[in-house]
Write a protein that binds this ligand. Sequence first.
Ligand code: SF4
Ligand code: SF4
Length: 145
Amino acid sequence: MKKSKAPARRPAGPWYRRGLQFQCTQCGRCCGGAPGYIWMTPAEVRTAAEAVGLHVLDFCSMYLAEYPQGFSLREMANGDCCLLQGGRCSIYAVRPAQCRTWPFWPSNLASKASWGEAASRCPGIGRGRLWTLDEIAAQRRRKEV
Ligand code: SF4
Ligand code: SF4
């Protein structure tokens, strides 16, 4: 009897199933440059205000801009986030989820090419700690970007 041809094997899981290397060098490059939005939830605003020793209303008027979609951190004239000081995030320990989950955003994880494109802008990609598939999935769940 003629043997039927085995179906081609497809890899189980996404292209990054063996994990991805990333360790932030805190170069600050992703906190400036081209215009963008850094969305903050009310809880993140309260935490950040406390971290910099401001009343939440003062924090809002100094650092946030309101849009129909929500509140985003203001940018300086050169495109830097208003919380970037001396090339470092001044609220690094309590930075918003959008910043905390970089570079594991769905848009970057969509393909090897998009990951490579993100790596061309972020020197932390491809070095240091290996993030497992489960850890990457957890980061993805924290923020959809
Ligand atoms: S560009 Fe990458 S390495 Fe630099 S601060 Fe941002 S996440 Fe960290
Ligand atoms: S909050 Fe901090 S980590 Fe996020 S963009 Fe601003 S300076 Fe960068």
